[in-house]
Structures are given as C-alpha cells and as structure tokens.
Write a protein that binds this ligand. Structure first.
Ligand code: FES
Length: 126
C-alpha cells in the first residue's frame, strides 16, 4: 500500500465515523421522549410564579406558561412583584409577565411552552 492509498483509507474511515455519529445523534434525538412537567392547577394563581423551572399563571381560563430561563445565558428569572416584571439576577435583563424582553442584554422574548390541561393538572412540554 502506498502513501496515497493509506491516506485515502484513513480519510474514508474518518468520514465513516463522522457520518455514523451524525446519524446516531439524529436517531437518538428523534427517539428521545420530550420531558413533561405536571403542575397541579391549584398551584397556579393569577399572579405569575416560577414553579419547577417554568413561569406559570392564569387569567380566567387561559394559562400562560413560559420557560423561566433567561434568553441571554439561561439564568433562572425572579419575579419582582412590586414592578410586575421578571428580572434576571445574572446580567439584569427584564421581561414583562407575557415574556416580552424590555431590558437587555437579552434580545429574545421568553419561550412560551405548550401545555395541556388534564386531570386537574397542567402538563407542560419542556
Ligand atoms: S443570563 Fe439573564 S441577563 Fe444574562
């Protein structure tokens, strides 16, 4: 085997490994069950609160469910009841109770999460 054949086989083997890894990641991502969080409806009030990593509150029959992770670098937001907004303790981003960013450095609004109401609980898709 000459040098060219050897390098060609090494290159082919590397392509094989990289392709296998990409295919494996795709398959495992596709098969992975989405995590769910179950929150008893009795815990959800008309005031926003952070429960197990999600912001949740209700307005009449509508529930508002958002990720409580800041869209800047992922810190958990805290609710400022006096101001009625969510503040990030890490770098100071602020969000309305509807998830709209009103002060940076975050640029994106909070992620609204899908949910269903079932058996007296709110099941949130994380
Ligand atoms: S992580 Fe929230 S402002 Fe940086």
């Amino acid at each position: 085997m000459n040098r060219r054949d050897f390098l060609s086989r090494i290159f082919g083997f590397l392509i094989f490994l990289i392709s296998g890894k990409l295919i494996w990641d795709f398959i495992s991502f596709s098969l992975k069950k989405r995590q769910k969080l179950s929150i008893p409806m009795a815990q959800v009030s008309t005031k926003p609160s952070v429960i197990d990593g999600v912001i949740v509150w209700r307005e009449n029959d509508t529930y508002w469910v958002y990720s409580s992770h800041c869209t800047h670098l992922g810190c958990i937001l805290k609710y400022d009841r006096e101001a009625g907004i969510f503040k990030c303790p890490c770098h100071g981003s602020e969000f309305t109770i509807n998830g709209t960013v009103i002060h940076g450095p975050a640029r994106k609004n909070l992620k609204r999460l899908d949910y269903i109401v079932k058996n007296g609980k709110i099941e949130v898709n994380l």
